[in-house]
Design a protein around this ligand. Sequence first.
Ligand code: SIN
Length: 288
Amino acid sequence: MRVERLTGVIGAEVRDLDIEKELTGPAINDVVAELVAALDEHLVIVFREQSLSPGEQTEFTHYFGQPCATPFVKTLEDFPEVIKVLKEADEGAAFNFGGAWHSDFSFMEGPPSYTLLHAIDVPSAGGDTCWTSNIAALDQLSPDVRAVIDQPGVNGIHTAKDAYSPKMQALHDGLKHMDIRTTEDANDVRAHPMITTHPGNGKAVLFFNQAYCRDLEGADIEPARGAEFLRGLHHHSTAHQFTVRHRWRNGDLAIWDNRATQHLALNDYAGTRRELHRTTVQGGVPAR
Ligand code: SIN
């Protein structure tokens, strides 16, 4: 396989690899070890022209670790680890799944380490996915802002309350072909360090995404400034110089390191069908 950078900061394309073929070959463990090394370096890797059934995607995902539980979103009946991310052409333009910068399920005790997203039927234009590097964003954080969070005991408070609590049900009901069930559990909160150490590459990571990290604890700033501080982190960490954008074609597969990135599904494809299949790998508890 060949691994070619997509930007100077984040993302690479893996060429000359047929995953379906590798799945039945003798070298699959070596292939996955190379992909994990590429992920440690580039955080997001994309492959063109793959063809994985939900069963094959599930099988491939297992080579990266245990499957992660999928709260709130109903998975495929026969493939309980696969979410069908689907918006039909005749659905409203107002809302899409994953349409705000986030890391998958960072409110869990052990959020996913990796997410795999396979394009089944995507628009010929629009519906791109963007990712940002939370390693590069931390590296380039101004020293005074970094000083606020770079202390033991400073935690981000992660919660799904503004995404999956019952007050959000009407929004999800707009997605007629996804079954998203909000519950009161979404109001639970989980403290994770604001700066973590990546278990694969040893780099320091800004463990933050605006969708789920809704508060700070242990920081030496006035409580009244907390929301403004987090807004600043959001704007900084999603600045274009830390990002890569993928224009999907049917058959593409992307794998990203969910511990060190945020992502965003662009909602600019009204009138066109978009279907992708998503699986996630169980990660460890984020730690400094
Ligand atoms: C997601 O947020 O997991 C979905 C991303 C996408 O549909 O591009």
